[in-house]
Write a protein that binds this ligand. Structure first.
Ligand code: SAH
Length: 223
């Protein structure tokens, strides 16, 4: 787990973050560890300056290349689902680094985060922000996360922030015993899936949680 370096970030936004946390609680997010991390994470750093004043609205916001920084509610909800369903979370894989906001939230709650992004300039920016925040338990890879990160698996948890039409088999196979996969699935209509590996078997239990809206999981990489 990492603590953020917040020097020079400006505490003016702390009050707005507090309001955001209140809203998330009203929407049913109840894990206090997750709420605490949202309260402490400067979401405005993950946006271009022109948009940073909107950082604490509970909405998804553009980060370029047709991609979006997920809505705080969904970041909180997915993180809460992951934490609630898993035993210990030592190694967690994120598919879709994007801005690095969800990565930063995870890095404050689990031992080691591995995050894969297919668009190189987004990864470069995310890397800068993670460095600025002093996170030392995150590894990034420029690759197609639909194949997971085979060299680094198995993972206690996998969280995808892009939606495939069908759950990639590689992601399921890279789950450790009793590992947990949280992933939006579908095309125009998507729902959040929680997939649990049963012990060390090849059996999986799937729970469908709620309707969601994510950018699609695309194949291949871009420079
Ligand atoms: N977690 C991000 C959300 C970004 S949107 C954040 O907090 O900002 C989802 C991201 O998934 C996009 O950056 C998109 O480029 C990436 N993505 C889509 N398909 C992917 C794939 N196959 N492998 C890796 N990343 C992918």
């Amino acid at each position: 787990m990492s603590n953020l370096i917040l020097e020079g970030v400006g505490m003016t936004s702390l009050r707005t973050r507090e309001r955001l946390v209140q809203r998330l609680m009203e929407q049913g997010v109840s894990d206090l560890k997750v709420l605490d991390v949202i309260r402490n994470t400067p979401r405005h750093l993950f946006l271009d300056e022109a948009l940073s004043h909107r950082a604490y609205e509970d909405s998804a916001l553009p980060i370029g290349f047709g991609q979006t920084l997920s809505q705080p509610y969904i970041v909180a909800r997915m993180t809460e689902v992951l934490l609630g369903a898993a035993g210990s979370l030592k190694r967690v894989l994120e598919v879709g680094t994007g801005s690095g906001y969800q990565t930063t939230v995870l890095a404050q709650l689990v031992e080691q985060v591995y995050s894969v992004e297919r668009i190189k300039p987004l990864q470069d920016k995310a890397r800068q922000r993670l460095r600025q925040l002093g996170l030392h338990n995150v590894m990034l890879s420029h690759a197609d996360g639909g194949f997971g990160w085979p060299d680094k698996g198995p993972f206690d948890g996998i969280l995808s922030t892009a939606a495939p039409r069908f759950v990639p088999e590689d992601l399921k196979q890279q789950l450790a015993p009793n590992g947990v996969l949280v992933i939006p699935v579908g095309d125009r209509e998507q729902s959040l899936h929680l997939i649990l590996r049963v012990g060390d078997t090849d059996e999986f239990v799937t729970k469908i949680l709620e309707p969601v809206r994510f950018v699609p999981l695309l194949s291949g990489t871009t420079r």
